[in-house]
Design a protein around this ligand. Structure first.
Ligand SMILES: *Cc1c(COP(=O)(O)O)cnc(C)c1O
Length: 435
Protein backbone atom coordinates (compact mmCIF):
# COMPACT_ATOMS: atom_id res chain seq x y z
CA UNK A 1 0.00 0.00 0.00
CA UNK A 2 1.69 3.15 -1.20
CA UNK A 3 -0.84 5.78 -0.18
CA UNK A 4 -1.81 7.09 3.22
CA UNK A 5 -5.47 7.64 3.90
CA UNK A 6 -6.70 11.12 4.61
CA UNK A 7 -8.15 10.08 7.99
CA UNK A 8 -5.91 8.29 10.46
CA UNK A 9 -8.65 5.96 11.69
CA UNK A 10 -8.96 4.27 8.28
CA UNK A 11 -7.02 1.05 7.69
CA UNK A 12 -7.01 -1.97 5.40
CA UNK A 13 -7.69 -5.48 6.71
CA UNK A 14 -6.40 -8.86 5.49
CA UNK A 15 -9.22 -9.04 2.90
CA UNK A 16 -8.03 -5.77 1.37
CA UNK A 17 -11.13 -4.03 2.68
CA UNK A 18 -11.22 -0.57 4.16
CA UNK A 19 -11.89 -0.52 7.90
CA UNK A 20 -13.10 2.27 10.15
CA UNK A 21 -12.92 1.95 13.94
CA UNK A 22 -11.78 -1.68 13.39
CA UNK A 23 -14.98 -2.50 11.48
CA UNK A 24 -14.94 -3.77 7.88
CA UNK A 25 -16.72 -1.15 5.75
CA UNK A 26 -17.78 -3.73 3.15
CA UNK A 27 -19.56 -5.66 5.90
CA UNK A 28 -21.17 -2.42 7.12
CA UNK A 29 -22.50 -1.82 3.62
CA UNK A 30 -23.91 -5.36 3.51
CA UNK A 31 -25.42 -5.20 6.99
CA UNK A 32 -27.00 -1.74 6.86
CA UNK A 33 -27.28 -1.04 3.12
CA UNK A 34 -26.01 2.02 1.22
CA UNK A 35 -25.84 4.97 1.12
CA UNK A 36 -24.66 4.88 4.72
CA UNK A 37 -23.06 7.45 6.99
CA UNK A 38 -20.51 5.89 9.32
CA UNK A 39 -18.98 7.80 12.23
CA UNK A 40 -16.11 6.63 14.43
CA UNK A 41 -17.08 7.45 18.00
CA UNK A 42 -13.51 7.33 19.27
CA UNK A 43 -12.49 10.02 16.78
CA UNK A 44 -15.35 12.28 17.89
CA UNK A 45 -14.43 11.85 21.56
CA UNK A 46 -10.74 12.23 20.89
CA UNK A 47 -11.25 15.45 18.92
CA UNK A 48 -13.34 16.94 21.73
CA UNK A 49 -10.66 15.95 24.24
CA UNK A 50 -7.88 17.44 22.14
CA UNK A 51 -9.62 20.81 22.33
CA UNK A 52 -10.55 20.77 25.99
CA UNK A 53 -7.28 19.25 27.13
CA UNK A 54 -5.35 21.96 25.31
CA UNK A 55 -7.54 24.57 27.00
CA UNK A 56 -6.58 22.90 30.26
CA UNK A 57 -2.92 22.96 29.37
CA UNK A 58 -2.58 26.41 27.83
CA UNK A 59 -5.34 28.43 29.51
CA UNK A 60 -5.72 26.81 32.92
CA UNK A 61 -8.98 25.22 31.82
CA UNK A 62 -10.69 28.60 31.99
CA UNK A 63 -12.91 27.93 29.04
CA UNK A 64 -15.58 25.84 27.41
CA UNK A 65 -15.56 23.86 24.20
CA UNK A 66 -19.03 24.25 22.67
CA UNK A 67 -19.40 21.72 19.89
CA UNK A 68 -21.24 23.38 16.99
CA UNK A 69 -24.06 20.95 16.54
CA UNK A 70 -25.02 22.24 13.11
CA UNK A 71 -22.06 20.21 11.81
CA UNK A 72 -23.79 16.99 12.90
CA UNK A 73 -26.54 16.67 15.45
CA UNK A 74 -28.63 13.79 16.74
CA UNK A 75 -29.52 12.55 20.22
CA UNK A 76 -26.51 10.28 20.50
CA UNK A 77 -24.13 13.03 19.43
CA UNK A 78 -25.52 15.32 22.15
CA UNK A 79 -25.13 12.51 24.70
CA UNK A 80 -21.48 12.06 23.73
CA UNK A 81 -20.73 15.78 24.03
CA UNK A 82 -22.48 15.79 27.41
CA UNK A 83 -20.52 12.74 28.51
CA UNK A 84 -17.24 14.43 27.56
CA UNK A 85 -18.18 17.42 29.71
CA UNK A 86 -18.26 19.90 26.85
CA UNK A 87 -20.80 22.53 25.79
CA UNK A 88 -23.03 22.82 22.76
CA UNK A 89 -23.60 25.55 20.17
CA UNK A 90 -27.13 25.41 18.73
CA UNK A 91 -28.69 27.50 15.97
CA UNK A 92 -32.39 26.64 15.95
CA UNK A 93 -35.27 25.43 18.06
CA UNK A 94 -34.75 22.00 16.50
CA UNK A 95 -31.17 21.82 17.76
CA UNK A 96 -32.27 23.05 21.22
CA UNK A 97 -35.00 20.41 21.27
CA UNK A 98 -32.51 17.69 20.34
CA UNK A 99 -30.19 18.79 23.17
CA UNK A 100 -33.07 18.87 25.66
CA UNK A 101 -34.30 15.41 24.66
CA UNK A 102 -30.76 14.09 25.03
CA UNK A 103 -30.71 15.38 28.61
CA UNK A 104 -28.01 17.91 27.81
CA UNK A 105 -27.14 20.34 30.65
CA UNK A 106 -28.65 23.49 29.16
CA UNK A 107 -26.41 25.91 31.06
CA UNK A 108 -23.62 24.71 28.78
CA UNK A 109 -25.55 25.66 25.63
CA UNK A 110 -25.05 28.79 23.52
CA UNK A 111 -27.80 29.73 21.07
CA UNK A 112 -26.92 31.40 17.76
CA UNK A 113 -28.74 32.75 14.74
CA UNK A 114 -29.16 36.01 12.84
CA UNK A 115 -32.97 35.84 12.86
CA UNK A 116 -34.22 33.88 15.82
CA UNK A 117 -38.01 33.84 15.97
CA UNK A 118 -39.97 34.91 19.05
CA UNK A 119 -40.93 31.25 19.47
CA UNK A 120 -37.28 30.20 19.42
CA UNK A 121 -36.25 32.90 21.89
CA UNK A 122 -39.05 31.95 24.27
CA UNK A 123 -38.19 28.28 23.98
CA UNK A 124 -34.51 29.05 24.65
CA UNK A 125 -35.34 31.12 27.75
CA UNK A 126 -37.75 28.47 29.06
CA UNK A 127 -35.18 25.75 28.40
CA UNK A 128 -32.65 27.75 30.48
CA UNK A 129 -30.08 27.95 27.68
CA UNK A 130 -26.85 29.27 29.24
CA UNK A 131 -26.20 32.08 26.79
CA UNK A 132 -28.13 33.50 23.88
CA UNK A 133 -25.81 35.06 21.31
CA UNK A 134 -27.66 38.22 20.32
CA UNK A 135 -27.17 39.21 16.69
CA UNK A 136 -28.97 42.55 16.31
CA UNK A 137 -30.82 45.26 18.22
CA UNK A 138 -34.32 44.13 17.34
CA UNK A 139 -33.47 40.72 18.75
CA UNK A 140 -32.12 42.35 21.93
CA UNK A 141 -35.39 44.26 22.35
CA UNK A 142 -37.48 41.17 21.63
CA UNK A 143 -35.51 39.14 24.16
CA UNK A 144 -35.66 41.82 26.87
CA UNK A 145 -39.44 41.89 26.49
CA UNK A 146 -39.76 38.10 26.70
CA UNK A 147 -37.54 37.95 29.79
CA UNK A 148 -39.39 40.82 31.49
CA UNK A 149 -42.72 39.03 30.91
CA UNK A 150 -41.33 35.83 32.37
CA UNK A 151 -39.58 37.67 35.20
CA UNK A 152 -36.21 36.09 34.45
CA UNK A 153 -32.72 37.36 33.72
CA UNK A 154 -31.08 35.80 30.66
CA UNK A 155 -27.34 35.80 30.04
CA UNK A 156 -26.31 36.85 26.57
CA UNK A 157 -23.27 37.46 24.44
CA UNK A 158 -23.18 39.90 21.58
CA UNK A 159 -22.06 38.71 18.18
CA UNK A 160 -19.39 41.07 16.91
CA UNK A 161 -17.98 41.38 13.38
CA UNK A 162 -14.30 41.89 14.13
CA UNK A 163 -13.54 42.98 10.55
CA UNK A 164 -11.22 40.05 9.82
CA UNK A 165 -11.09 38.63 6.33
CA UNK A 166 -10.22 34.96 6.66
CA UNK A 167 -9.11 33.15 3.52
CA UNK A 168 -11.91 30.75 2.84
CA UNK A 169 -14.88 30.34 0.50
CA UNK A 170 -17.04 33.49 0.49
CA UNK A 171 -20.18 31.54 1.55
CA UNK A 172 -18.46 30.39 4.73
CA UNK A 173 -16.64 33.62 5.56
CA UNK A 174 -18.39 35.65 8.22
CA UNK A 175 -16.05 38.03 10.06
CA UNK A 176 -15.96 40.94 7.59
CA UNK A 177 -18.18 44.01 7.67
CA UNK A 178 -20.35 42.88 4.73
CA UNK A 179 -21.86 39.93 6.58
CA UNK A 180 -25.41 39.25 7.70
CA UNK A 181 -24.13 38.18 11.13
CA UNK A 182 -23.59 40.46 14.10
CA UNK A 183 -22.70 44.02 15.06
CA UNK A 184 -19.94 45.93 13.26
CA UNK A 185 -17.11 47.39 15.30
CA UNK A 186 -16.03 50.06 12.79
CA UNK A 187 -19.37 51.85 12.71
CA UNK A 188 -19.87 52.12 16.46
CA UNK A 189 -22.84 49.75 16.19
CA UNK A 190 -21.21 47.20 18.51
CA UNK A 191 -20.52 49.77 21.22
CA UNK A 192 -24.13 50.97 21.08
CA UNK A 193 -25.33 47.38 21.43
CA UNK A 194 -23.14 46.94 24.52
CA UNK A 195 -24.58 50.10 26.05
CA UNK A 196 -28.14 48.99 25.29
CA UNK A 197 -27.54 45.51 26.74
CA UNK A 198 -26.08 46.88 29.96
CA UNK A 199 -29.21 49.03 30.39
CA UNK A 200 -31.60 46.08 29.99
CA UNK A 201 -32.97 44.99 33.36
CA UNK A 202 -33.67 41.40 32.36
CA UNK A 203 -30.48 40.80 30.45
CA UNK A 204 -27.03 40.00 31.74
CA UNK A 205 -24.32 40.78 29.20
CA UNK A 206 -21.78 38.06 29.98
CA UNK A 207 -19.67 37.94 26.88
CA UNK A 208 -18.74 38.85 23.35
CA UNK A 209 -18.64 36.46 20.44
CA UNK A 210 -17.02 36.39 17.04
CA UNK A 211 -16.76 33.71 14.39
CA UNK A 212 -14.56 34.55 11.43
CA UNK A 213 -15.45 31.73 9.05
CA UNK A 214 -15.00 28.03 8.43
CA UNK A 215 -12.31 25.63 7.18
CA UNK A 216 -9.59 28.17 8.03
CA UNK A 217 -6.02 26.84 7.94
CA UNK A 218 -4.14 29.96 9.09
CA UNK A 219 -3.83 30.70 12.78
CA UNK A 220 -3.17 34.44 12.28
CA UNK A 221 -6.82 35.39 11.65
CA UNK A 222 -7.79 33.75 14.97
CA UNK A 223 -5.00 35.58 16.81
CA UNK A 224 -6.00 38.83 15.15
CA UNK A 225 -9.66 38.31 16.08
CA UNK A 226 -8.56 37.74 19.68
CA UNK A 227 -6.60 41.02 19.70
CA UNK A 228 -9.45 43.02 18.16
CA UNK A 229 -12.00 41.60 20.60
CA UNK A 230 -9.81 42.20 23.67
CA UNK A 231 -9.20 45.77 22.62
CA UNK A 232 -12.97 46.18 22.47
CA UNK A 233 -13.35 44.57 25.90
CA UNK A 234 -10.84 47.12 27.25
CA UNK A 235 -12.80 49.94 25.59
CA UNK A 236 -16.02 48.69 27.24
CA UNK A 237 -14.24 48.60 30.60
CA UNK A 238 -13.04 52.17 30.30
CA UNK A 239 -16.26 53.63 28.81
CA UNK A 240 -18.84 51.82 30.96
CA UNK A 241 -16.78 50.39 33.86
CA UNK A 242 -18.24 47.07 32.79
CA UNK A 243 -16.36 43.78 32.78
CA UNK A 244 -16.93 41.29 29.98
CA UNK A 245 -16.39 37.84 31.49
CA UNK A 246 -16.47 35.56 28.43
CA UNK A 247 -14.72 35.85 25.09
CA UNK A 248 -16.22 33.42 22.60
CA UNK A 249 -13.93 33.04 19.59
CA UNK A 250 -16.22 30.79 17.54
CA UNK A 251 -15.16 27.82 15.42
CA UNK A 252 -13.81 27.40 11.91
CA UNK A 253 -10.71 25.29 12.45
CA UNK A 254 -9.68 23.69 9.15
CA UNK A 255 -9.48 19.93 8.63
CA UNK A 256 -7.81 17.60 6.20
CA UNK A 257 -10.21 16.75 3.36
CA UNK A 258 -7.43 15.99 0.87
CA UNK A 259 -4.06 14.37 1.30
CA UNK A 260 -2.59 17.70 0.16
CA UNK A 261 -4.21 19.61 3.04
CA UNK A 262 -2.01 20.33 6.02
CA UNK A 263 -3.93 21.94 8.86
CA UNK A 264 -2.13 22.79 12.09
CA UNK A 265 -2.99 20.43 14.94
CA UNK A 266 -5.88 21.82 17.05
CA UNK A 267 -3.52 22.07 20.02
CA UNK A 268 -1.45 24.67 18.19
CA UNK A 269 -4.48 26.90 17.59
CA UNK A 270 -5.36 26.80 21.28
CA UNK A 271 -1.78 27.33 22.38
CA UNK A 272 -1.23 30.34 20.14
CA UNK A 273 -4.60 31.95 20.74
CA UNK A 274 -4.25 31.44 24.53
CA UNK A 275 -0.85 33.12 24.42
CA UNK A 276 -2.28 36.10 22.53
CA UNK A 277 -5.16 36.45 24.99
CA UNK A 278 -2.84 36.33 28.02
CA UNK A 279 -0.40 38.86 26.52
CA UNK A 280 -3.08 41.28 25.38
CA UNK A 281 -4.94 41.20 28.69
CA UNK A 282 -1.76 42.10 30.48
CA UNK A 283 -1.01 44.91 28.01
CA UNK A 284 -4.55 46.30 28.22
CA UNK A 285 -4.78 45.84 31.98
CA UNK A 286 -7.98 43.79 31.87
CA UNK A 287 -8.68 40.51 33.63
CA UNK A 288 -8.47 37.37 31.51
CA UNK A 289 -11.90 36.39 30.26
CA UNK A 290 -13.11 32.82 30.06
CA UNK A 291 -12.57 31.55 26.52
CA UNK A 292 -15.28 29.70 24.64
CA UNK A 293 -14.63 28.03 21.30
CA UNK A 294 -17.17 26.45 18.96
CA UNK A 295 -15.54 23.78 16.81
CA UNK A 296 -17.98 21.90 14.58
CA UNK A 297 -16.31 20.59 11.46
CA UNK A 298 -13.05 19.79 13.26
CA UNK A 299 -14.89 17.50 15.71
CA UNK A 300 -17.24 15.68 13.36
CA UNK A 301 -15.82 15.73 9.83
CA UNK A 302 -12.72 13.55 10.36
CA UNK A 303 -14.85 10.96 12.19
CA UNK A 304 -17.16 10.27 9.26
CA UNK A 305 -17.18 8.42 5.96
CA UNK A 306 -20.06 7.81 3.58
CA UNK A 307 -20.47 4.43 1.89
CA UNK A 308 -22.07 4.08 -1.53
CA UNK A 309 -22.60 1.24 -3.99
CA UNK A 310 -21.46 1.74 -7.57
CA UNK A 311 -24.15 1.35 -10.20
CA UNK A 312 -23.06 2.26 -13.69
CA UNK A 313 -19.62 3.02 -15.05
CA UNK A 314 -19.70 5.31 -18.08
CA UNK A 315 -16.50 5.96 -20.06
CA UNK A 316 -16.63 8.92 -22.43
CA UNK A 317 -13.45 8.60 -24.52
CA UNK A 318 -11.03 11.53 -24.15
CA UNK A 319 -13.51 13.33 -21.87
CA UNK A 320 -14.01 11.55 -18.57
CA UNK A 321 -15.24 8.46 -16.79
CA UNK A 322 -18.40 8.73 -14.71
CA UNK A 323 -18.88 6.39 -11.77
CA UNK A 324 -22.53 6.57 -10.73
CA UNK A 325 -23.35 5.80 -7.12
CA UNK A 326 -26.58 5.18 -5.21
CA UNK A 327 -26.25 8.45 -3.25
CA UNK A 328 -26.36 12.05 -4.38
CA UNK A 329 -26.35 15.75 -3.52
CA UNK A 330 -29.27 14.89 -1.24
CA UNK A 331 -26.91 13.12 1.18
CA UNK A 332 -23.67 14.87 0.11
CA UNK A 333 -24.53 18.50 -0.70
CA UNK A 334 -21.15 20.16 -0.26
CA UNK A 335 -19.90 19.66 -3.81
CA UNK A 336 -22.88 21.30 -5.45
CA UNK A 337 -22.81 24.07 -2.80
CA UNK A 338 -19.12 24.93 -2.66
CA UNK A 339 -17.31 22.54 -5.05
CA UNK A 340 -15.80 20.98 -1.94
CA UNK A 341 -13.27 18.25 -2.58
CA UNK A 342 -13.01 14.85 -0.95
CA UNK A 343 -10.83 11.76 -1.14
CA UNK A 344 -12.59 8.54 -2.11
CA UNK A 345 -11.55 4.88 -1.89
CA UNK A 346 -13.05 1.72 -3.34
CA UNK A 347 -13.65 0.03 0.00
CA UNK A 348 -13.45 -3.53 -1.31
CA UNK A 349 -10.23 -2.75 -3.22
CA UNK A 350 -8.57 -0.55 -0.61
CA UNK A 351 -5.23 -2.37 -0.99
CA UNK A 352 -5.05 -1.53 -4.71
CA UNK A 353 -3.52 1.55 -6.29
CA UNK A 354 -5.82 4.43 -7.08
CA UNK A 355 -4.97 4.05 -10.75
CA UNK A 356 -7.50 6.26 -12.51
CA UNK A 357 -9.16 9.65 -12.30
CA UNK A 358 -12.94 9.67 -12.35
CA UNK A 359 -15.99 11.79 -11.78
CA UNK A 360 -18.24 10.32 -9.11
CA UNK A 361 -21.83 11.20 -9.96
CA UNK A 362 -24.93 11.11 -7.80
CA UNK A 363 -28.33 9.85 -8.88
CA UNK A 364 -30.28 13.11 -8.77
CA UNK A 365 -31.70 14.76 -11.86
CA UNK A 366 -29.09 17.55 -11.92
CA UNK A 367 -25.89 17.57 -13.97
CA UNK A 368 -24.15 19.31 -11.08
CA UNK A 369 -24.99 16.44 -8.74
CA UNK A 370 -21.44 15.17 -8.29
CA UNK A 371 -19.41 13.96 -5.34
CA UNK A 372 -16.29 15.15 -7.08
CA UNK A 373 -14.41 15.45 -10.36
CA UNK A 374 -10.98 14.25 -11.35
CA UNK A 375 -10.81 12.09 -8.23
CA UNK A 376 -8.06 9.49 -7.97
CA UNK A 377 -9.72 6.09 -7.48
CA UNK A 378 -9.13 2.37 -7.79
CA UNK A 379 -10.75 0.85 -10.90
CA UNK A 380 -14.41 0.86 -9.87
CA UNK A 381 -17.15 -1.29 -11.34
CA UNK A 382 -20.79 -1.98 -10.71
CA UNK A 383 -21.32 -3.49 -7.26
CA UNK A 384 -18.15 -2.02 -5.72
CA UNK A 385 -18.43 -0.04 -2.49
CA UNK A 386 -17.04 3.49 -2.49
CA UNK A 387 -16.09 5.25 0.72
CA UNK A 388 -15.96 9.04 0.63
CA UNK A 389 -13.77 10.31 3.47
CA UNK A 390 -14.11 13.05 6.09
CA UNK A 391 -17.86 13.44 5.56
CA UNK A 392 -18.83 13.58 9.24
CA UNK A 393 -19.71 17.29 9.18
CA UNK A 394 -22.20 19.17 7.02
CA UNK A 395 -23.33 16.05 5.16
CA UNK A 396 -26.05 14.33 7.20
CA UNK A 397 -26.88 17.72 8.77
CA UNK A 398 -27.32 19.34 5.35
CA UNK A 399 -29.03 16.37 3.70
CA UNK A 400 -32.41 16.70 2.04
CA UNK A 401 -35.13 14.58 0.49
CA UNK A 402 -34.57 16.02 -2.98
CA UNK A 403 -36.04 13.71 -5.62
CA UNK A 404 -37.95 12.16 -2.69
CA UNK A 405 -34.87 10.20 -1.72
CA UNK A 406 -34.80 8.65 1.74
CA UNK A 407 -32.11 9.98 4.07
CA UNK A 408 -29.50 7.31 4.84
CA UNK A 409 -28.95 5.80 8.27
CA UNK A 410 -26.12 6.95 10.52
CA UNK A 411 -24.09 4.18 12.12
CA UNK A 412 -21.53 4.72 14.87
CA UNK A 413 -18.55 2.38 15.08
CA UNK A 414 -16.31 1.90 18.07
CA UNK A 415 -13.65 -0.71 18.87
CA UNK A 416 -14.87 -3.23 16.31
CA UNK A 417 -18.61 -2.79 16.96
CA UNK A 418 -21.33 -0.88 15.12
CA UNK A 419 -24.77 0.46 16.05
CA UNK A 420 -27.43 2.58 14.37
CA UNK A 421 -27.83 6.06 15.88
CA UNK A 422 -30.16 7.45 13.20
CA UNK A 423 -32.42 5.06 11.30
CA UNK A 424 -32.67 5.09 7.53
CA UNK A 425 -35.85 6.84 6.39
CA UNK A 426 -38.62 4.64 5.12
CA UNK A 427 -40.91 5.28 2.16
CA UNK A 428 -43.61 6.16 4.66
CA UNK A 429 -41.30 8.81 6.13
CA UNK A 430 -41.26 10.37 2.67
CA UNK A 431 -45.03 10.92 2.66
CA UNK A 432 -45.35 11.40 6.44
CA UNK A 433 -46.46 15.04 6.29
CA UNK A 434 -48.39 14.88 3.03
CA UNK A 435 -52.14 15.40 3.36
C1 LIG B 1 -20.79 27.29 11.86
C2 LIG B 1 -20.41 27.92 13.12
C3 LIG B 1 -19.49 27.30 13.96
C4 LIG B 1 -18.78 26.03 13.59
O1 LIG B 1 -17.92 26.21 12.52
P1 LIG B 1 -16.95 25.03 12.06
O2 LIG B 1 -16.30 25.58 10.85
O3 LIG B 1 -17.80 23.87 11.78
O4 LIG B 1 -16.00 24.79 13.18
C5 LIG B 1 -19.22 27.89 15.17
N1 LIG B 1 -19.82 29.04 15.55
C6 LIG B 1 -20.71 29.66 14.76
C7 LIG B 1 -21.34 30.90 15.22
C8 LIG B 1 -21.03 29.14 13.52
O5 LIG B 1 -21.90 29.77 12.74
Amino acid sequence: MSEKFVSENLCVNEKGHLTVGDVDTVELAEQYGTPLYVMDENVIRNNLRRFHESMQKYYNGRGLVCYASKAFSCLEMCRIVKDEGDGLDVVSIGEIYTALKAGFPMERVVFHGNNKSAEELEFAVESKVGNIIVDNISELNKLEKICAEKGVVQSIMLRIKPGIDAHTHSFIRTGQIDSKFGFALETGEALEAVEESIKCGNINLSGLHCHIGSQIFDIEPFEEAGRVMLKFIAEIKSKFSYEIKILNLGGGFGIKYLNSHNPEPFEVYIQRVSAVVSEECEKLNISQPEIYIEPGRSIAAPAGITLYTVGARKEIPDIRTYISIDGSMADSPRYILYQSEYEAIVANKADEERSERVTIAGKCCESGDLIGENMPLQHAESGDIIAVCATGAYNYSMSSNYNRLQKPAVVFVKDGKSRVVVKRETLDDIIRNDV
